[in-house]
Each structure stands twice: as C-alpha cells, then as structure tokens.
Design a protein around this ligand. Sequence first.
Ligand SMILES: NC(=O)c1ccc[n+]([C@@H]2O[C@H](COP(=O)([O-])OP(=O)(O)OC[C@H]3O[C@@H](n4cnc5c(N)ncnc54)[C@H](OP(=O)(O)O)[C@@H]3O)[C@@H](O)[C@H]2O)c1
Length: 299
Amino acid sequence: MILLTGASGPTGSVVLKHFVQAGLQVRAFVHRAESAAKVRAAGAAEAFIGDIEQRNDVTAAMQGVQQVYHACPRFSEREVQIVEWMIDAARANPKFRQFIYHSVLHAQNDAMPHHRDKRIAEWRLFDSGLPYTILQPTQYFQVSTRDWKGIVASGEFATPFGADQKLSLVNVEDIAAAATIMATQPGWTGGCFELMSGDSYTRHEMAALMTEALRKSAGWPAGRGVHAVVEDVAHWRDHQRKTGAFSETQIARAEQMFVQYSAHGLSGGNGRVLGMILGRAPSRYADFIARMAVERPQG
Ligand SMILES: NC(=O)c1ccc[n+]([C@@H]2O[C@H](COP(=O)([O-])OP(=O)(O)OC[C@H]3O[C@@H](n4cnc5c(N)ncnc54)[C@H](OP(=O)(O)O)[C@@H]3O)[C@@H](O)[C@H]2O)c1
C-alpha cells in the first residue's frame, strides 16, 4: 500500500490515475468527504479523510503503508512539521521502504517561504535515515490553462504576476509518470530529481502560442489574439478571501511568490533529467497548447 497525500488535488489526482493504472494499491489522503468519493471512483483502494495539519491524522494515515507519495497542500505553513510527523511514523514501521517527496524546482530559493520550507523538509529527509526519493518539479503546463474558458472568451491570460520573465514548465502527466516509475521500480532512492520539460517561456510567449493554436483550430482571424495581462494583486487577494480556499498565511506566501516571479520568473532546470527517467522526450508546451485549442476551441 502507498499513501498518497493531496490525492484529489491538481497534482494528486493525476498521480492517483497513474498509480492505479500501474496496479498500485493506494490509500488516498483527502480533507473533505466529497473528495473521498472522488478518489474512490478514481480507483483508490482506500480513502483516508483527515486533516494533514493534525499529527494524529498523519500518524493514522501512515499506519501500515510501505511507501508514501507526499504532495503537501500549497503554501502550507506546516509543510516541515508534516514531513517530520511522517518521518516519525515511517521510522516506527519496519515494513516502510520509500518516502517520495513532491518538492519543487529551486527549493533553495529562500525568497519564497514555501520553497524554503520544502528545502528544510528535504533536509529532514536527508537526515532521517529513511530511503527517500525527492522530485523537484517546476510549474505545470496546466497552471496556465486553469482558466482556459476565460482566456478564450476574453483574450486575456491574466495572473497576479508579471509577464516578462521566463517560467520553466512541465506537464503534470509526465511528473505522474515519473512518480509511478519511482514507486514501482527499484533504484531511485537517495536521488533528488529536477523535473522540467526543457521548455521555458515568458507569459507573453505563452500567450503567443495560445494565439497561434486558436487561429489554427478555432479559425481566429489575424486581428484576434491572446494577451498576457497582470491581474491586480488586491483583486486576487479579495477573490481568495471570498472563496475561503486559502488562509491569510497562504495568501501572503502566494504573494511573495508573485513578487519573485515578477522579478525573476522561475527559470532553469534541465529537461534531460525527466527524459532519462521516462525513457522518452518529455511533453512539449506548444503541443499541449495545440491540443487544448483542438479539444476546447470555444473554451
Ligand atoms: N502547481 C504547480 O505548478 C506546482 C509545481 C511544483 C510543485 N507544486 C507543489 O505541489 C503540491 C500540491 O499542490 P496542488 O496544487 O496539487 O494541491 P493543492 O491544491 O494545494 O491541494 C489540494 C489537495 O490537498 C488536500 N488538502 C488540502 N488541505 C488539506 C488538509 N488540511 N488536510 C488534508 N488534505 C488537505 C485536498 O483535499 P480536499 O480535496 O479533500 O480538500 C486536495 O487533495 C504543493 O506542495 C505545491 O507547492 C506545485
């Protein structure tokens, strides 16, 4: 049995699909009852409903598993503590054989508190004495198309950070494929693997690729296009407060990321690492956008 945290989220739901396809028995850790129904329908052997910010729930979820794939909720201020609780539970389990930690590209970058916490959590794993495998993915292709409907309707590709700096990108499907290889085949423990496709684009360049793809698939005329715009951070903050999806700490942490992205983007990484793991070339961002435009030309 492998414990998968965040199993109903943008990362976990894709990892769950790949794990199930590979025949792994998955205990899917979720927060809400409706997400438990979702992960069961997706093939999880067990759904564990709990609060990952509570030690007792983490310890209970870790009971009897041989492996864990841990993707912490975004911008959590408990990221380090949660990993420490998991390490303690894993150490008490003689059958435990691998801790796969979903970290981030450039966890060394202390300008972003969630990167800093992932760096410290990695360090806890280095010192834990447990067999660990660390994945350091960059930003997913899918983040840029979360609001595809809005992009197609308005022609605006809006985020609360600038559009001039390069973002290194990766397909979350490729991350899940790599995760599955690591969970099912020996020989990966002790490694830290930066995962990116090899494609880095500014948001202006991403918008240009969207324009090109929509002109081909949806017959947009030459004068119609997608443009990268910068959403007002105060507007973004108000929206988050209304939905209640993030705590004030999470909002502040996200805003620190926006400042960093506006100034420096998230560049670097090397696509050969992911290619080596997958045994094939990683997915390309232009192909992903072309497929989106064909499958959803109207948004
Ligand atoms: N997005 C990217 O480009 C990217 C790139 C690199 C790394 N990452 C990292 O990937 C990780 C996962 O991010 P994500 O966007 O996939 O997921 P997310 O939206 O942050 O988290 C959603 C998942 O976490 C669960 N969850 C939330 N709060 C919980 C709690 N208190 N107790 C238990 N479960 C809880 C949710 O369960 P319910 O559905 O039940 O609420 C859902 O399964 C983050 O650490 C992020 O930093 C993301």
